[in-house]
Design a protein around this ligand. Structure first.
Ligand SMILES: [Zn+2]
Length: 72
């Protein structure tokens, strides 16, 4: 298995912008995690790509980058 490569869908995801939506083959994992509350609060959600198995974390934390890709 070539765990270090991701599929075209994952490769094409604009991970630097918060506006990027999970692509069609990405499924949410577990429950989303809520931190804080109100305007200081933020949410994190893990996703897994069914195509290549890549795992992502999406965060609405303003101090964090929106998407983190965990390469195998
Ligand atoms: Zn993928």
């Amino acid at each position: 298995m070539a765990a270090s490569t991701v599929c075209e869908l994952c490769d094409g995801l604009e991970v630097k912008t918060a506006r990027a939506k999970p692509h069609d083959q990405m499924l949410p994992m577990e429950e989303k995690r809520v931190f804080g509350r109100g305007h200081r609060g933020y949410v994190e959600q893990d996703y897994r790509c069914v195509e290549c198995g890549a795992r992502f974390t999406f965060s609405t934390d303003k101090n964090n980058k929106p998407w983190t890709l965990w390469r195998g």
